[in-house]
Design a protein around this ligand. Structure first.
Ligand code: PEP
Ligand code: MN
Length: 360
């Protein structure tokens, strides 16, 4: 992907004054439903109308999409509203049908990106197309797998390429449906600054009340666009009911989002930014310094435990520390989730230090 400057061209050519917005229902349900939503999204900030036709459900037995008939409905959307259309493709047959029906944007779903076989099949079927192709991150937080899929499409001479960040599965339940792991998306952006990146707050949150905040974070991190599931009757949607928003809410969300510029020439801005970054650098150094000191104290405890021949892990003590720190964190605006993660990592490092001493 050496010629990466070319990658942004399709997005820059659109001359958008706001982020690229893809909206529409999770699934096409009926022709009426698709057209009704599309008409409500006409003449808004929405650039592309999305709708799943083939729905990969994690467990069988749920609604699995209307199939190829939905492509005709999407063609009607374009005729009646002028909105460009977008759908997910998961194999060669889907690609052939979508191209036949002149779908403008095709995306590869998170469950497909995990399989190099299926990605290659899709890339071969798309070879040389001038349609926009967006690759969702794989369900697991594996940057190479995501990049590998992008590379396969890039090698198939697809010029209008981009990615969608839709979050990652976890075994533990969190407040997200799929945790964002922003660091992964940032790393991808750093490696390929010219690869357009779209955020999917719907599948990250699984919850319509959190769509705004995740969208704002994405814009603050310089994402190029948003894909947001939209339905006129979200609660009765045939798939992903909890995360869909009405067209009216979508319009409000777009209005309320603060759209930031990537750079600003103004000296004041630059000064303020450098100043704040410098403060962060200083605090980060202090953090590492303090952690180093804490581990030295741990070493001392390890030496004492060795003398007494007691176990490294003292669960009561550990639970008391955690409880206290969650409360302390709360007073300083730190989320319980973050405090837990941070102290688990500190605790693990501390145990490693003490183990080393006890076994020395
Ligand atoms: C979707 O966009 O409707 C979808 C199925 O998403 P994902 O592949 O991210 O699960
Ligand atoms: Mn969905």
């Amino acid at each position: 992907m050496e010629n990466s400057k070319q990658m942004r061209k399709w997005l820059d050519d659109m001359n958008l004054s706001h982020p690229l917005v893809i909206a529409g229902p999770c699934s096409a349900e009926t022709e009426e439903q698709v057209l009704k939503i599309a008409h409500e999204l006409k003449d808004t900030d929405v650039n592309y109308f999305r709708s799943g036709i083939w729905k990969p459900r994690t467990r069988p037995g749920n609604f699995e999409g209307v199939g190829a008939i939905g492509l005709k409905w999407l063609q009607k959307v374009k005729e009646e509203t002028g909105l460009k259309t977008a759908t997910e493709v998961a194999n060669k047959a889907h690609v052939d049908l979508a191209l036949e029906h002149d779908i403008d944007l095709l995306w590869i779903g998170a469950r497909s990106t995990v399989s190099p076989f299926i990605v290659q099949e899709i890339a071969d079927a798309l070879k040389g197309t001038d349609k926009i192709v967006l690759v969702k991150n794989p369900v697991n937080p594996d940057l190479s797998l995501w990049l590998g899929a992008v590379e396969r499409l890039y090698s198939a001479d697809i010029k209008k390429l981009g990615v969608i960040h839709r979050g990652f599965s976890t075994y533990e339940k969190t407040k997200y449906r799929n945790i964002p792991e922003w660091q992964l998306a940032i790393e991808l952006q750093t490696k390929f600054p010219d690869l357009p990146i779209i955020n999917d707050p719907s599948h990250i949150t699984g919850n319509r009340d959190m769509i705004f905040d995740v969208s704002q974070t994405a814009l603050d991190l310089n994402f190029d666009g948003l894909i947001i599931e939209t339905h006129y009757d979200p609660d009765n949607a045939w798939s992903d009911a909890a995360q869909q928003v009405t067209p009216k809410s979508l319009i409000q969300i777009m209005k309320d989002l603060r759209i930031r510029k990537e750079t600003d020439e103004e000296a004041e801005y630059n000064n303020n930014l450098s100043n704040l970054r410098a403060q962060i650098d200083i605090l980060d150094n202090q953090l590492v310094d303090l952690l180093g000191k804490r581990m030295k104290v741990s070493d001392g405890i390890g030496a004492l435990k060795k003398q007494k021949n007691v176990a490294v892990l003292q669960s009561n003590r550990w639970n008391a520390i955690l409880g206290n720190m969650i409360l302390e964190g709360e007073q300083r605006g730190l989320s319980e989730e973050f405090v837990l993660k941070m102290f688990k990592a500190i605790h693990q490092e501390s145990i490693n230090h003490q183990e080393k001493i006890i076994n020395s």
